[in-house]
Design a protein around this ligand. Structure first.
Ligand code: AHR
Length: 306
């Protein structure tokens, strides 16, 4: 390949069966497990070999996982980059090795790598919109509550950056609210509980918790109850992900609203790969549809939640 060819995403040959890599970021929550299951089920249906790795929450391990897939000669790599910057070398190494990369659910820093050039495309939710949808619901349903504790996702991860941006800007534009504290709970239940506990102590007048995912919202509910307060009454809890447990907590009145982050990636991921192999032009972003749950629909929708 000459200098011009290096500017393009590596090509993918049309084949009956592929050997495909899926570099997952961690498996510590139902969302990740649902995403992994969707990828594995679709690969199995197609009869493709799936080289699956779990970075166990380490960006360094995820880079090593991608390098190992390159060494194993996979045809294409699906990558769910844990953080926006540290996974850039993995994207570039795959490109250099002639292996196309599709980013799943999380993105990389757009200043350092480009869709249609360094990687093929991004498939996932619009995280800014997810944050905005939570804020829009809050503006209509706050009932006089105004003081917000924000539990952020993993520092440096695109959903943490964008869910914060979408929510904070919409809340600021609406006026009348105050984000009294905003801290990372690393998208994890126990970390979310610990951070919520400390922030509730530091801000006893806080009456809203906005968590960037269900796991931290569920952790925050434990912290609220341990502080002798009632989630859903004294403190309004808002979340993103829409797993069964969280939708059940909406039914119970402990969570006010949840925006779904759709984890069912398998069909769209493999269909995009096939379209690319056929020579179709692939859009730089393929955005998933997300549902929305609050008391008006949570009971009816519970069975369909992942
Ligand atoms: O990238 C999507 C986010 O990652 C989900 O909201 C979260 O639960 C997961 O860890």
């Amino acid at each position: 390949a000459g200098a011009t060819a290096m500017a393009d995403v590596p090509k993918l040959k049309q084949k009956d069966k592929y050997k495909v890599g899926f570099a997952q970021t961690e498996s510590n929550n139902p969302w990740r497990i649902a995403q992994t299951n969707s990828m594995k089920e679709t690969a199995e249906k197609l009869g493709y070999q799936l080289v699956y790795t779990d970075a166990a929450g380490s960006a360094a391990k995820q880079v090593a996982d991608v390098n190992s897939m390159i060494a194993q000669g996979v045809d294409l790599i699906f990558l769910a980059p844990r953080e926006e910057k540290p996974l850039i070398p993995a994207v570039m190494a795959a490109k250099k090795a002639g292996i196309p990369v599709i980013l799943l659910d999380r993105s990389v820093d757009p200043k350092l790598a480009k869709a249609g050039e360094d990687y093929l495309t991004f498939i996932g939710s619009d995280f800014i919109k997810e944050g905005q949808r939570v804020a829009e619901w809050l503006v209509k349903n706050a009932n006089g509550k105004t003081k917000i504790i924000e539990l952020e996702g993993t520092t440096g991860a695109s959903p943490a950056n964008d869910r914060k941006k979408g929510f904070d800007e919409a809340i600021k534009a609406a006026g009348g609210f105050e984000i009294v504290a905003s801290q990372s709970g690393d998208f994890a239940r126990d970390k979310g509980r610990q951070v919520a506990e400390a922030l509730l102590q530091a801000h006893p007048d806080a009456d809203i918790v906005y968590a960037h995912n269900d796991e931290m919202a569920i952790g925050a509910i434990s912290a609220i109850e341990a502080a002798g307060k009632v989630p859903g009454k004294d403190i309004l809890v808002l979340s993103i992900d829409g797993g069964k447990e969280a939708v059940g907590l909406v039914v119970d009145g402990k969570i006010g609203a949840v925006v779904e982050c759709n984890p069912r990636f398998g069909p769209k991921a493999f269909e995009t790969m096939a379209r690319y192999a056929k020579g179709e032009k692939i859009e730089p972003k393929l955005i998933n549809d997300d549902k929305f749950y609050d008391s008006s629909n949570a009971k009816a929708e519970l069975a369909g939640a992942y």
